[in-house]
Design a binder for this molecule. Structure first.
Ligand SMILES: Cc1cc2nc3c(=O)[nH]c(=O)nc-3n(C[C@H](O)[C@H](O)[C@H](O)COP(=O)(O)OP(=O)(O)OC[C@H]3O[C@@H](n4cnc5c(N)ncnc54)[C@H](O)[C@@H]3O)c2cc1C
Length: 501
């Protein structure tokens, strides 16, 4: 499943060739991960003359950023009330201020780098009568946090809605345009971006030792901007919930009638809607996202993609799907991102995660935080977010998430032990993956593109039994969200290891 953004570019991510890996090289800042967080972090340090290396296990933007719907908005569905339900209004205010700083930085950057941005209203709408209360609550909290929102009774969407909150003059873009510009700027300032280089471990020595699939490099500081942190120090993988979700792009006849704002439902079914301008400025492409679920726990995922297409065809007659894709992002118990130093990292290892599908602003505020903390000049919103207290509601949410993880761990192993041996299974049909056991060891067999592969179906992170993701033909871990290709190659998640073959 290729995103609309990648399809117009070469296969090497944002279309820029990788820099060479230099074993034993020493840098001031080693940034792990070339998504939006990593590249903004790299640029901020490179601008002050630091020697910067970005190490990327796949290619620029390959994981979440290149598959985002890329709305740059301070009105974020019903996000503010989710945060308010788990913490104080002062934290909501700091979150809004942080996102405002992230948005302003990005708009300035896009303007000075020639990256195309479309200004659009953001609309959080109720798709059911039950959602009206949520809309009202979001309006009140957004207002109390200084956002100039307004309430409307109806929208220009071609289906019934039950009122909405609107914030004018937000923005959208093509996320790979932004990454391409950032990568070029990092390189122009002497930074290197090395793709196909997986970081497998970091020792908090002085300088920190960064072990990779291609050798070791050293850095005064290491920034883990890897989506979920790849090191288990601080057990952040257990505090984050990996949520996968789907998107489709559609060519629409009579495109002049397409609604022009950026929409997000506040109730189920969750739907994110935006348009994409064509080369001549006309709008003929629609993007619809939704049907999210915890990674590895959805059963037949292809049905979720099909459902998105059916829903779009119903509400936008004649819409023809051109692409469908999927991505995951991470949710914290209080819905505020984690940004800062990693425990037991001796002040050398930093990380950022937990943007809850609002990374276009949050990745930038996280990068600004990482940079300003090390420069000794943190903005007041960053200080407030750093000193956030964990309230019982957030603790309860964390406990609930871990209980669910424990249940999935048991369910996976019990299912395998009670199930057939691998020898007794039929050869999987094209696009199918089956779990069996060799003795008591779970084994996954799949057929994709005519090739049958057999791998260990046990996640190398913490031993969860993997499930088959039919939409993306991958093995996904229901515990903490690691994902693997049919041949066992790691795609994403907290582990740094492939599956045993
Ligand atoms: C379906 C969907 C739609 C979204 N839409 C929006 C939206 O409209 N607006 C919005 O604000 N946000 C949106 N988001 C959220 C946003 O896309 C993400 O929060 C953001 O892209 C995360 O950026 P990142 O740099 O942290 O992660 P990523 O872009 O995932 O970058 C992390 C990088 O680290 C690399 N990496 C991982 N492990 C290693 C390792 N061991 N060694 C080296 N490299 C490694 C990965 O390969 C990856 O390239 C959406 C998210 C999803 C899932």
């Amino acid at each position: 499943m290729t995103s609309l953004w990648f399809d117009s570019r070469s296969e090497t991510g944002a279309g820029i060739t990788t820099d060479p890996f230099e074993p034993d090289a020493r840098y001031d800042e080693v940034v792990v991960g070339a998504g939006l967080t990593g590249l903004v972090t790299a640029l901020l340090f490179a601008r002050t003359g630091k020697r910067v290396a970005v190490l990327e296990s796949r290619s620029i933007g390959a994981v979440a950023t290149g598959r985002s719907t890329a709305k740059l908005s301070l009105l974020q569905g019903s996000q503010l009330q989710k945060i308010r339900a788990h913490t104080y209004q002062s934290i909501v205010q700091a979150y809004v201020d942080a996102n405002r700083a992230g948005q302003e930085w990005m708009l300035d950057y896009a303007s000075s780098s020639g990256v195309a941005v479309q200004r659009r209203d953001a609309v959080s709408y109720a798709g059911t009568a039950a959602g009206v209360e949520t809309v009202g609550r979001e309006f009140r909290i957004a207002r109390a946090s200084g956002l100039d929102v307004r309430l409307v009774d109806s929208t220009d969407l071609p289906f019934e809605t039950f009122g909405a909150v609107v914030l004018t003059d937000q923005a959208q873009f093509d996320p790979l345009d932004v990454l391409t510009a950032l990568a070029a700027d990092v390189r122009a300032l002497g930074g290197v971006i090395v793709e196909n280089t997986r970081v497998t471990g970091v020792r908090a020595s002085d300088p920190a030792e960064v072990r990779t699939s291609r050798g070791t490099v050293f850095g005064a500081h290491v920034h883990l901007t890897t989506g979920v942190p790849i090191l288990d120090r601080g057990l952040y993988f257990a505090k984050l919930r990996a949520q996968r979700s789907y998107a489709g792009s559609y060519e629409v006849p009579e495109s002049g009638a397409l609604p022009q704002s950026m929409y997000l439902s506040v109730d189920a079914p969750s739907r994110s809607i935006r348009t994409v301008p064509g080369a001549g400025g006309e709008t003929s492409t629609l993007i619809v996202g939704g049907n999210g679920h915890p990674v590895g726990r959805a059963g037949d995922t292809q049905r979720l993609v099909d459902d998105l297409h059916e829903w779009t065809a119903r509400h936008f007659p004649g819409a023809v799907p051109t692409h469908s894709w999927s991505a995951q992002d991470y949710e914290t118990p209080h819905r505020v991102p984690f940004v800062g130093y990693l425990p037991r990292g001796r002040g050398r290892i930093y990380f950022a995660s937990g943007y809850d599908k609002w990374g276009m602003t949050n990745a930038v505020q996280a990068a600004l935080t990482l940079f300003s903390d090390l420069s000794g000049d943190s903005p007041s919103w960053a200080k407030t977010l750093h000193h956030r207290a964990t309230l019982p509601a957030a603790m309860a949410s964390g406990i609930g998430a871990n209980a669910a993880t424990g249940w999935w761990a048991l369910k996976g192993w019990a299912g395998v032990l009670a199930g057939p041996s691998t020898d007794a299974l039929p050869l999987p049909a094209e696009g199918e993956g089956l779990i069996g056991r060799s003795g008591i060891h779970p084994t996954g067999t799949s057929t994709v593109g005519g090739r049958t592969c057999q791998v260990s179906a046990v996640c190398p992170h913490l031993g969860g039994v993997l499930t088959w993701n039919s939409a993306e033909t991958s093995w996904d871990c229901p515990l903490h969200g690691s994902r693997f290709a049919p041949d066992g190659t790691l795609l994403e998640g907290p582990t740094a290891r492939d599956l045993r073959v």
